[in-house]
Design a protein around this ligand. Structure first.
Ligand code: SF4
Ligand code: SF4
Ligand code: SF4
Ligand code: FES
Length: 593
């Protein structure tokens, strides 16, 4: 890599050739103010807040767009630069309505921060505001054009990160406006409610309704965790205040998602109105009573000992943590000898002998073959990556017998019976990637094996943690008939209900660990409250095999516990010395996944 020598504010520094002045300054810890710039987005140089003085240049230049060259001398805080930035800011404040005390984002706004930094505490010019429209039609967020500075971050986020291209710039000059499609209300537009545009907006022009007027950044607590809504395992930041979860933000450092989330990850958990389970409950023919955790463990241990391994059945929802799956293996399979165990979701079949890669492979592919999987419907952030590759010229072949949400974007749509054609087409391309899921039948698996050796494979699991379940061989098969004690680890997912009791005898003792009340918990003999997504701890393995951390952002309601805590208490009650640590899990999975 070629290196160039430059000076910034008199400091000699060496940086890679070709990077911008802004990137060079940031590498050296020199702060240059920005507004339209965002590290995850392309550079447009729209706001002019980042202007700097470069020796030999007639005018001040925007640091975010100007590339460094050898010998360049840059001043980022000269009197002329500060004066010009202050003028830019005064003009931004005088256009539209930036009356901070009445703005939801006051205290969390990058424009307001700049105002404080440059001492802009009043309007230098009479304001040009026409009382622009506020679009409040979207369920989850609001667009107030009066607060918009036309930085274009939202447009770039929608196009470059989500590849949805809903947002664009309409009208002209000072009347320019962020439009959804052909200037439609947001709720009638092609917006898919991922909320990414809101996350990148630097002002109060776009904000989330759920957290509106609930406090500013400095009053919020942010905890990094992992989305457990699907197998992509996107990195999230859970934003809370006073023990209430207000927002879910994408973690820009999240390896699977790099800041982007889908509606299911960003909004759905915030609007989950299901009833929580108050405390452990024991139900018998004599009635029902709330009991302590100690008594719940005693009751469960007593039944386990009474019925013996052949009459125990265990059903595990796909959101079970790695630690819980590890304990199921150690306690139920290895120690107690139980083999009647199943996961609610079955894993995708592995196409053995073929190179499997991470989702990042999608970006470098020129032909994407999607088969037995519908990521746009079920694992949207993976589909955003596919659509981004299409924007860059990749071809998409969708092979599916059902309606597939990616079909409208595909160059070729084929039935599973025609998979041979798809394999032939993909084999002709220099860098094909096959994205496949559990919906792929065995004959199609065999056909796929015939694809060129240049192909990379990415398995997309439908179950959140089926990767670990497969690695630990937890899915042993399940027969309902002989079961006299059924333990269901249901977690907080919406999957699983009374249908799980199909063919289970009326005298079977049913114990359920669940985040929410359901028909299943109404029928159970023992109900135990499970910590939900924002309360639980542990790890999950995503579809790529990455082990990701779950951190609790709020105290579990009603003394609810994480799945692995309950299993560890149960092991102790049964007199088994089995514990689990993050290292145990990581070591076991390092070889198995
Ligand atoms: S929510 Fe997502 S899809 Fe909708 S406009 Fe914003 S970035 Fe685009
Ligand atoms: S809505 Fe926000 S992100 Fe979009 S252009 Fe306006 S200020 Fe920038
Ligand atoms: S793609 Fe999956 S893991 Fe990512 S935010 Fe959406 S539901 Fe969560
Ligand atoms: S940050 Fe450089 S022009 Fe906006």
């Amino acid at each position: 890599m070629a290196i160039v020598n430059i000076t910034i504010n008199g400091r000699n520094i060496s940086v890679p050739a070709g990077i911008t002045v802004l990137q060079a300054a940031r590498q050296e810890g020199i702060d240059i103010p920005t507004l339209c710039d965002h590290p995850a987005l392309s550079v447009v140089g729209a706001c002019r807040m980042c202007i700097v003085e470069i020796k030999g240049q007639r005018n001040l230049q925007t640091a975010c767009t100007f590339p460094v060259t050898d010998g360049m001398e840059i001043e980022t805080e000269s009197a002329e630069v500060v004066k010009a930035r202050t003028m830019v800011l005064k003009m931004l404040f005088s256009e539209r309505n930036h009356f901070c005390p009445f703005c939801e984002m006051s205290g969390s706004c990058e424009l307001q921060d700049m105002g404080y930094r440059f001492g802009v505490d009043h309007w230098a010019f009479s304001t040009y505001t026409k009382n622009y429209a506020v679009d409040a039609t979207h369920k989850h967020y609001l667009m107030d054009h009066n607060r918009c500075i036309l930085c274009g971050r939202c447009i770039r986020a929608c196009g470059e990160l989500v590849a949805n291209h809903t947002l664009g710039l309409g009208q002209r000059g000072s009347e320019s406006m962020i439009n959804a499609d052909a200037n439609l209300p947001l709720n009638e537009s092609t917006c898919i409610s991922c909320g990414t545009c809101v996350q990148v907006c630097p002002t109060g022009a776009l904000f989330y309704k759920r957290s509106a007027y609930m406090g500013s950044d400095s009053e919020m607590i942010k905890v990094k965790s992992t989305c457990s809504q699907c197998s992509i395992g996107c990195g999230i930041e859970i934003i809370t205040r006073g023990g209430n979860v207000l927002q879910i933000m994408g973690d820009w450092e999240g390896q699977a998602n790099r800041g982007v989330l889908c509606k299911a990850g960003r909004f759905d958990p915030l609007y989950d109105g299901r009833e929580r389970i108050p405390e452990p409950l024991h139900r018998s023919k004599d009635g029902e009573e709330n009991i302590s955790w100690a008594k719940a463990m005693q009751a469960l241990a007593k039944h386990i000992t009474k019925v013996g391994p052949d009459k125990i059945g265990v059903i595990v929802a796909n959101r079970a943590s790695n630690e819980a799956l590890y304990l199921i293996k150690k306690l139920f399979i290895d120690e107690l000898g139980v083999s009647n165990i199943k996961m609610i979701h079955t894993p995708a079949p592995r196409i053995e002998g073929k190179p499997h890669g991470t989702l990042s492979r999608i970006a470098g592919s020129d032909t994407l073959l999607v088969v037995g999987s519908d990521p746009l419907a079920n694992q949207p952030v993976a589909a955003f990556q596919i659509k981004r590759a299409l924007d860059k010229g990749a071809r998409l072949i969708v092979v599916d017998d059902e309606n597939n949400a990616l079909s409208p974007f595909a160059h070729v749509n084929l039935k599973i019976s025609d998979i041979g054609q798809a394999v032939e087409m993909a084999s002709k391309s220099p860098s094909p990637v096959v994205v496949y899921g559990p919906g792929i039948p065995a004959p199609a698996v065999d056909m796929l094996k015939g694809i060129t050796d240049r192909a990379n494979f990415i398995a997309i699991e439908t179950g959140v943690n089926t990767c670990t379940a497969r690695a630990l061989d937890v899915n042993k098969g399940f027969k309902s008939e002989a079961v006299e004690l059924l333990l269901v680890l249901l977690g907080d997912g919406k999957c699983g209900g009374v249908e799980l009791l199909k063919d289970i005898g009326g005298k079977t003792f049913i114990a359920v660990l669940a985040g929410y009340a359901s028909e299943l918990t109404d029928k159970a003999n023992l109900v135990m409250p499970n910590a939900i997504w924002c309360e639980r701890t542990g790890t999950l393995t995503n579809t790529e095999g990455r082990i990701q951390t779950l951190q609790s952002a709020v105290e579990p309601a009603n003394g609810a516990k994480s799945d692995w805590e309950v299993l560890q208490m149960l092991a102790a009650k049964l007199g088994k010395k089995i514990t689990v640590s993050a290292d145990d899990v990581a070591n076991t999975l390092a070889t198995a996944v």
